[in-house]
Write a protein that binds this ligand. Structure first.
Ligand code: C2E
Ligand code: CA
Ligand code: CA
Ligand code: CA
Length: 276
């Protein structure tokens, strides 16, 4: 009977099959999207903490699936990593981001996310060079964001690659800072320029004095080490006011100022600020 099939092992297997097939289809669709300009890039501006100026914009991958609509990047980036094709996405984003950055005012940099996989391979050096040469973007206007997960295997090799990128004038940022475990020691030992404080760090800072102390302590330490601070996921004017009151950040990236927008809006936004 129907009710018997729905439960039990047969139903479970069918469901697994369904999920498996769907997953395989999504993988095929992603491969197709990468090959056929199905991916795009949106840019979220990072503002000076007083909101007067855009200093950088983060390139964020976007995939609008023909049937399913927008697939979140966390989802398709993970799939691409599993499939071993993340380097193709990284290459596409790097090329596009450098080119788009050239269309913005000179003082605005662009920041691109790297996956752990990208840093396992010294090819990344050639890919970055290619993107800079093709666009003629100054290396100082390219920022690369890495996470602690990039360092799990082969930390020495990763450090060497980061040092080489930095020697070429590229800016290195550690992303999602505060979400890992051994965070603080990385600040001192990695070749870094910027610390991006994860938005989970901001949770309750308005209500909880201890959270705020933790944030301020971390920021002060990073500053002592000569690093610049970007605070991510700032959503409310209360959070912004608090960060400014304690001078706890250099740049702010979050919905309080702007979500990710198309490339041309970065120039428009920047212009409207300078006219004010
Ligand atoms: P991320 O690198 O930490 O990027 C910041 C995420 O926070 C973005 O989500 C952004 O839209 C979101 N965000 C920004 N401001 C706020 C805010 O005020 N409140 C809240 N709640 N969220 C905010 P998005 O675009 O969905 O990207 C998610 C993640 O996917 C990124 O996290 C990054 O890990 C990954 N990702 C996106 N594009 C790429 C890419 O080109 N390459 C790689 N390797 N990863 C990417
Ligand atoms: Ca990032
Ligand atoms: Ca720079
Ligand atoms: Ca982040």
């Amino acid at each position: 009977s129907k009710s018997k099939q729905r439960g039990g092992i047969a139903g479970f297997e069918r469901e697994m099959d369904g999920r498996y097939i769907e997953q395989q289809k999504l993988k095929a669709d992603l491969r197709e999207a990468i090959g056929n300009q199905g991916l795009s890039v949106a840019y979220q501006p990072m503002f000076k903490a007083d909101g007067t100026r855009i200093e950088c914009a983060e390139a964020l991958a976007r995939w609008v699936h023909p049937e399913k609509g927008a697939i979140p990047p966390d989802v398709f980036i993970r799939i691409a990593e599993e499939m071993g094709i993340i380097s193709e996405i990284t290459r596409f984003i790097l090329m596009k981001a450098c080119k788009d950055c050239m269309s913005w005012p000179d003082h605005i940099a662009v920041s691109v996310n790297l996956s752990a996989r990208d840093l396992r391979d010294a090819d990344i050096l050639a890919v970055v060079s290619e993107a800079l040469e093709a666009s003629r973007l100054e290396p100082a206007r390219l920022h690369l964001e890495i996470t602690e997960s990039c360092l799990i295997d082969e930390p020495a090799a990763v450090r060497a690659i980061l040092a080489e990128l930095r020697a070429r004038g590229i800016t290195i940022a550690i992303d999602d800072f505060g979400t890992g475990f051994s965070s603080l020691s990385y600040l001192d030992t990695l070749p870094l320029d910027i610390v991006k404080i994860d938005r989970s760090f901001l949770r309750n800072i308005v209500e909880d004095g201890r959270r705020l102390k933790l944030l301020r302590g971390t920021v002060n330490l990073a500053r002592e080490l000569g690093l610049k601070i970007v605070t991510e996921g700032v959503e409310t004017t209360e959070q912004l006011a608090l960060l400014n009151k304690y001078r706890a950040t250099d740049l702010v990236q979050g919905y309080v100022f702007s979500p990710a927008v198309p490339a041309q809006n970065i120039a428009i936004l920047s212009q409207s600020l300078s006219r004010r």
